[in-house]
Design a binder for this molecule. Structure first.
Ligand SMILES: Nc1ncnc2c1ncn2[C@@H]1O[C@H](COP(=O)(O)OP(=O)(O)OP(=O)(O)O)[C@@H](O)[C@H]1O
Length: 244
């Protein structure tokens, strides 16, 4: 079981790609708990295992050993079908590359995941997030008619529409300028503060990590440091220490 307030608990997660001489130990016993209404950033040098860890947490990659519990469920024990359902029903995703469907309008893109999940969206919730993200005037636009920042705000709205237990964001500001980045990150912060959303974000950017409540630092497939209440300077300092 997960403990009080914990929505996700990873225990001793290991991931090895390949075998024999070519084997890569991408994760070597990573344990971490994620509580409701907390914003966690995951940082670390290139190749330290950040994406692998997030993909394992999200059930997008299969662990070699260890457990990952979402509520009462150990997702490492689920069949592919059940895992797909769990992702669809209980997780949200935002990617660096927005991943919107080009033929659909902003509104259709936002409503798509809810429709796939067969969920009734709470009355008013669609309007709340559309207004909070400043998308009211863009709802009939297709992705090609929107800026990168607008597209990412649509992707965030889509991910939040079903009120997922965990929102995963993989370098969400990697393709955005600093103003658009700040808008997206401020909204993620507000979703945590105002709606108790749980957010797990992989980033290279100390300024992005500073929006989080805590930063987990990975190096060589292990969590080597953790920083609560991060500031940009403190994140830089920890990264310098890790990178030696
Ligand atoms: N599909 C794969 N097959 C083989 N090795 C892989 C695979 N995916 C990742 N790796 C290896 O696992 C290690 C961790 O990679 P991962 O992408 O998780 O790191 P990262 O911290 O996200 O890096 P970056 O910041 O560069 O995106 C690296 O050595 C990488 O080469």
């Amino acid at each position: 079981m997960t403990g009080a307030g914990q929505v996700m608990v990873a225990s001793q997660v290991a991931k090895t790609y390949g075998s024999g001489d070519g084997a890569v130990n991408a994760l070597r016993g990573v344990s971490a708990a994620f509580v409701r209404g907390e914003f966690t950033a995951i940082m670390g040098p290139s190749g330290s295992g950040k994406s692998t860890f997030m993909h394992c947490l999200a059930g997008l990659d299969v662990v070699t050993s260890g457990t990952i519990r979402v509520g009462e469920t150990d997702l490492t024990q689920l069949s592919r079908t059940r895992l797909t359902e769990l992702r669809r029903d209980r997780m949200g995703f935002v990617f660096q590359s927005f991943n919107l469907l080009p033929m659909l309008t902003a509104e259709e893109n936002i409503r798509l995941t809810g429709r796939l999940a067969g969920r009734d969206v709470e009355p008013g919730w669609f309007d709340t997030i559309v207004d909070a993200l400043g998308l009211r005037g863009r709802l009939s636009h297709r992705p090609s008619e929107m800026s990168g920042g607008q597209q990412q705000r649509v992707a965030v709205a889509r991910a939040l529409l079903t009120r997922p237990e965990v929102l995963f964001a993989d370098e969400p500001t990697g393709n955005l300028d600093s103003n658009s980045s700040a808008e997206v990150l401020s909204f993620l912060r507000a979703a945590v503060d105002d709606y108790q959303q749980t957010v797990v974000m992989v980033t290279h950017d100390p300024a992005a990590a500073a929006y989080a409540d805590r930063v987990l630092f990975l190096a060589d497939g292990m969590i080597v440091d953790e920083l609560a209440g991060p500031t940009i300077d403190a994140v830089h300092a920890r990264m310098r220490k890790i990178e030696g």
